[in-house]
Write a protein that binds this ligand. Structure first.
Ligand code: LFR
Length: 465
C-alpha cells in the first residue's frame, strides 16, 4: 500500500491525514490532531511556529509507530502570513498573524506608491487589509531593520517545508495571496516590489504546486524515523480545498467553508477589471495555473470566536442545532471589519444589531442564529454578484470543508439562495493536498480523474432549495 501524508493546518487546529487509494477510492486516516490559534505577545497577535513545527514532527513520527511510512508529505496552511529570515535562517521579529492590527493605515501607505486601481489591475487580488503586501508595509514602517537584515521571505507552509527539507522554495498558489505576483507571468511582480521599496532579493523562486522539492534532512529523518519526499501541494489551504470540489462541470460554484467562507468559481483567466475590483472579488492562483475567482466572507470564525467566549462546552453541532430552533431575524454584515478580531464576538454582534435598530440577540442560540442567517444572506448576495460579473448562472452550490457539517447553515443557504446545496467532502483541504501528491506520483491520472475519484469516495449530502 502506498501512503501519502497531508498536513493541513487551519487557524484553529491542524491534522495529519494519511491517504491511499484502494479499489479506485481514496481512503483517509486521521492519525494526529493538534490545536492552533493566535495569542498575544508584546501586544501583537502572533502564531507560534515553533510549537506548530513540534506538532508537525510529532504527527510524522506517528507514521513510524503505525508502520505506515508515506511516499511523500505536503503541508498547507492559511494564506498571507510569512516569516522573514536573516542570514543564519533565524526568524526576524515576532511571528505576527494576519488578524493583528499592525496593518491599520498601511493600505494608504501602499497607495502612496501605487494606486489601488493600478494595484488590482496588476495583481487581481482583492483588498484585504491583512494581505502580505500591507503586512510588509507595516514591517517597513515599524521595523525597517528587519527588512534590511532579511535574506529570505517565506510563506508559512514554505517555512515548514524548509525546516523539513532544508530547501527554500515559494509555492505559487500561496504566493499569489501576497498581492505581489502577476497573474500574467505567474511570477513576482518585481516592478511593483521596487515601487513599494521592498528588497527584491528576499523573494525566492516560485514553484508550481506538484513540484518535488527534496527529501527530509538527516536530522528530521532521525527524529521521525524515515525519509520521504516533500511535495508542494497547493500550500494555500483554500487552493487545496477547491481541488476537492467533487465536480467536473463547467459552471461549478463552491463555498470552501471553515474559519472563512470562500465563495466562488474556478477560471482559466483572471479578471482584473475595475468592475471586478469594485465587487471586491479576487483572482487567487490555483493548481495548474487556474484561478479561484472568489470572495472572502467572514465565515465560521464568528461561531468559533463566540464558542470560545461562553462557559458552556457546546459542540459546533449542538450550537448549530440550537440556532435552528430560533426565530430571530436580525442580520449583520459579516464582512464588516468589526468582526475581524473583536474583543468579544457576541458583544460585537449585539452592538451591530443595536446600532441598526434590530432585535438584539441575548442567548448563545440567538446569537448563533443571527450569525448563520447573516452568512446565508451574504452567500445569496455573493451569488448574484458572481452571476452578474461572469454572465453565467449557477444552479447548485458545493459546500466543502468543515462547515459542510453545519446542517442548519446548509438548509438556510439552500432556502435563501434558492439553489441546491451539495455538502461534502468535509476534509476537502487534506483531500486536495493528497490529490496533488498522488497526481505527481501518478497514482491519479490528472485533476479531472482525481475529482471523479473524490466524487466516488466521499459522502455528499443534498439540501434542496
Ligand atoms: C482560509 C484562508 C483564506 C485566506 C485567509 C487568511 O483558511 O486561507 O483563503 O484569505 O485564510 O489567510
Amino acid at each position: 500500500m502506498k501512503y501519502y501524508l497531508a498536513i493541513d493546518i487551519g487557524a484553529s487546529s491542524g491534522r495529519h491525514i494519511l491517504g491511499h487509494i484502494r479499489d479506485g477510492k481514496m481512503q483517509l486516516e486521521e492519525i494526529y490532531r493538534f490545536h492552533n490559534g493566535m495569542s498575544e505577545k508584546d501586544g501583537e497577535l502572533c502564531w507560534d511556529y515553533e510549537s506548530l513545527f513540534t506538532e508537525i514532527k510529532a504527527g510524522m513520527k506517528k507514521c513510524s509507530e503505525l508502520n505506515k511510512i508515506p511516499v511523500s508529505v505536503g503541508i498547507d496552511t492559511w494564506a498571507v502570513d510569512f516569516v522573514l529570515l536573516d542570514k543564519e535562517n533565524k526568524v526576524l521579529g515576532n511571528t505576527v498573524g494576519y488578524r493583528d492590527g499592525r496593518t491599520k493605515g498601511m493600505d494608504q501607505k501602499v497607495y502612496e506608491c501605487i494606486s489601488e486601481v493600478d494595484l488590482y489591475r496588476r495583481t487581481g487580488i482583492q483588498k484585504q487589509i491583512f494581505n502580505s503586501i500591507y503586512q510588509l508595509m507595516a514591517v517597513k514602517e515599524n521595523h525597517p531593520e528587519y527588512l534590511e537584515k532579511a535574506e529570505t521571505m517565506l510563506m508559512v507552509p514554505d517555512y515548514f517545508h524548509y525546516l523539513l527539507s532544508g530547501i527554500k522554495k515559494t509555492e505559487y498558489t500561496n504566493a499569489t495571496t501576497t498581492g505581489l505576483v502577476s497573474p500574467d507571468t505567474k511570477n513576482w511582480d518585481y516592478d511593483l516590489i521596487n515601487q513599494l521599496g521592498y528588497p527584491r532579493q528576499i523573494f525566492r523562486e516560485i514553484k508550481e504546486a506538484g513540484s518535488v522539492i527534496g527529501g527530509l534532512t538527516e536530522e528530521i529523518q532521525k527524529e521521525v524515523g524515515y525519509n520521504c519526499e516533500v511535495i508542494l501541494p497547493a500550500t494555500h489551504d483554500t487552493g487545496s480545498a477547491v481541488l476537492a470540489v467533487p465536480s467536473n462541470e463547467e459552471d461549478t460554484l463552491y463555498i470552501s467553508s471553515g474559519t472563512w467562507s470562500l465563495m466562488g468559481i474556478e477560471r482559466i483567466e483572471a479578471d482584473c477589471s475595475s468592475n471586478s475590483r469594485e465587487h471586491n472579488l479576487t483572482n487567487e492562483g490555483g493548481y495548474e495555473y487556474r484561478f479561484r475567482y472568489l470572495k472572502n466572507i467572514m465565515g465560521l470564525w464568528m461561531i468559533q470566536s463566540m464558542k470560545k467566549e461562553i462557559k458552556e462546552d457546546y459542540s459546533f453541532g449542538e450550537i448549530c442545532e440550537m440556532a435552528s430552533k430560533e426565530t430571530i431575524e436580525s442580520i449583520v454584515d459579516c464582512n464588516n471589519d468589526c468582526f475581524l478580531a473583536p474583543k468579544s464576538m457576541s458583544e460585537e454582534v449585539q452592538k451591530y444589531c443595536l446600532n441598526t435598530n434590530q432585535v438584539v440577540p441575548k442567548t448563545v442560540a440567538e446569537t448563533a442564529a443571527v450569525i448563520y442567517n447573516s452568512l446565508a444572506k451574504c452567500y445569496q448576495a455573493t451569488i448574484e454578484e458572481i452571476e452578474e460579473l461572469t454572465g453565467r448562472t449557477y444552479g447548485k452550490i458545493h459546500v466543502i470543508g468543515g462547515g459542510a457539517n453545519a446542517e442548519y447553515l446548509n438548509q438556510i443557504t439552500a432556502r435563501d439562495t434558492k439553489r441546491t446545496v451539495l455538502a461534502g467532502p468535509v476534509e476537502a483541504t487534506a483531500i486536495g493536498n493528497l490529490m496533488v501528491q498522488m497526481i505527481q506520483k501518478k497514482e491519479l491520472e490528472n485533476l479531472e480523474s482525481a475529482r471523479n475519484c473524490v466524487y466516488e469516495s466521499f459522502e455528499i449530502k443534498k439540501f434542496d432549495a
